[in-house]
Design a protein around this ligand. Structure first.
Ligand code: GLY
Length: 463
């Protein structure tokens, strides 16, 4: 947790951005896995953490925009809880830690919200992604649980996106630390990547590293020799010599700040000539994004420049043909890169995605595209100092997609399907770093850079 002034300043800034009414920020509750007392690892709501700092289940906060008062709602533990959980701080003590002097039992939240509604005051709440909270909002406001997403306050969403997008120095320090754990995870994966070792074993080691240094992994680890499947959570294979192992994994610290890195390495520790060719193109794409990312540049334009590097590389390999600019404008390169260059990162690995990607990654100036590939770009808008985003180009040979495009002659003017067919057993490569937008440009987050050049990767794998 940061000092109480940090949370007081953030809540004041939020109250100043919202015109009137009350702001309801619901913390998360325990989520049972297979019976009520056996819960998944608790994860607090990120906006609640941002404004109230507390990592305990069963809390809610209210910011009264009109009076300038903040309130915390939660229940003190009873003797039975103390017997099973040990002594716990009181709600009043927890509230004081984050600069709130008005705290009440959780039940009072319903009275507070009910009284605001009776006075026809606006109740702002965020899009809800957990059903227990939808039901609570239904109970308090009369809005049907399934309709709560439609009633989320756009004014509140925009205000929070504005505040959380540029990271404060204390947040950047935490992200740097999370990336240092990411370094430990990825270098461990590189060292363990040998023929005969199972994907599951290495993924399990990574999960253990994340939880031994912090809370847990920041998302379900992707570790696979079938990297052509973008979000492959299947770890059921045994690594085979000559394949590529793609590892997309990150850590989340105790205070919820995240890391998200991807590396792709040759099983056995030596890239083949064909792997080197494709890897070098993806690395050039990754470096191009770092070179271009700076304040006032749109990430959409960086994405498109990176796609041109990819398309030129594919053309040099004989897999694409024609004019590179025209190919990228048409979306032909998306056969190899069907996802976007990156997303915001911070308290969530896809930062603020619960608030709506159209508010986080886009704005009135830059609107999402409907084109295949570009439509998966999560972050398109103009960059600002303090943004933390991912730089994650890739190149994938997805047999089903290749077959479909070939059969339907999609972008046949730009694609050499006979040559592409020979890569259907290749797999996929993705290289991902997290970058901070600085006044001058950008920098990698974390204190140590995970090996990424062909030489660095082969060296660590053969130590
Ligand atoms: N690194 C996983 C993701 O961005 O979804």
């Amino acid at each position: 947790m940061f000092d109480s002034l940090t949370y007081q300043k953030r809540r004041k800034a939020l109250r100043e951005k919202v015109s009137h009414g009350i702001i309801l920020l619901l913390g998360n509750n325990e989520a049972p896995a297979n019976y009520p007392d056996n819960a998944y690892k608790f994860r607090q709501d990120s906006s609640f953490v941002y404004f109230f700092g507390l990592q305990h289940p069963g809390f809610a906060g209210i910011l009264d925009v009109d009076s300038g008062e903040d309130y915390l709602f939660g229940d003190d533990v009873d003797m039975d809880d103390i017997i099973w959980m040990g002594p716990q701080p009181s709600v009043k003590e927890l509230a004081a830690q984050v600069g709130v002097d008005k705290s009440y039992p959780f039940d009072k939240l319903k009275d507070f919200v009910g009284s605001a509604i009776a006075k026809r005051r606006k109740v702002h709440f965020l899009p809800l992604y957990r059903h227990d909270k939808m039901l609570l909002v239904e109970e308090m406001t009369g809005i049907r649980a399934s309709m709560t997403p439609k009633h989320a306050s756009v004014e509140l969403i925009k205000a929070i996106v504005d505040l959380r997008s540029s990271k404060e120095p204390c947040e950047i320090a935490e992200i740097d630390k999370a990336c240092d754990v990411g370094y430990e995870m990825h270098t461990a994966a590189m060292r363990l990547c040998k023929p005969g070792i199972s994907e599951q074993y290495i993924a399990g080691v990574l999960d253990g590293i994340a939880s031994s240094y912090g809370r847990m992994v920041s998302f379900a680890t992707i570790l696979t020799q079938n990297g052509q499947t973008l979000h492959n959570h299947d770890h059921s294979h045994v690594l085979q010599e000559g394949r590529l192992m793609l590892t997309d994994a990150g850590a989340e610290l105790m205070n919820c700040y995240c890391s998200d890195h991807t590396r792709t390495v040759p099983v056995g520790g030596k890239f083949t000539a064909r792997q080197r060719d494709v890897y070098s193109i993806v690395l050039a794409c990754h470096d191009k994004a770092l070179e271009l990312a700076r304040p006032e540049v749109t990430y959409m334009s960086v994405h498109l420049e990176v796609c041109k590097v990819l398309a030129q590389g594919m053309k040099d390999l004989g897999l694409m043909k024609g004019d590179v600019e025209e190919a990228v404008a048409a979306g032909a390169h998306a056969l190899f890169l069907p996802h976007g260059l990156g997303h915001m990162m911070g308290l969530d690995v896809h930062d603020m995605e619960d608030l709506g990607q159209c508010y986080v990654g886009y704005d009135d100036e830059i609107q999402p595209s409907a084109q295949f590939g570009l439509s998966s770009l999560r972050m398109g808008r103009r960059l600002k100092e303090g943004f933390v985003i991912t730089d994650e180009p890739g190149c994938y040979f997805i047999p089903a997609l290749i077959d479909k495009w070939r059969a339907e002659k999609i972008h046949a003017d730009f694609l050499n399907f006979d040559a592409i067919d020979k890569f259907k057993d290749f797999g996929g490569i993705r290289l991902e770093d997290d970058i901070l937008i600085t006044p001058e440009g950008s920098r990698f987050t974390g204190h140590k850079h995970i090996p990424i050049t062909i030489g660095e990767v082969e060296d660590i794998m053969n130590e």
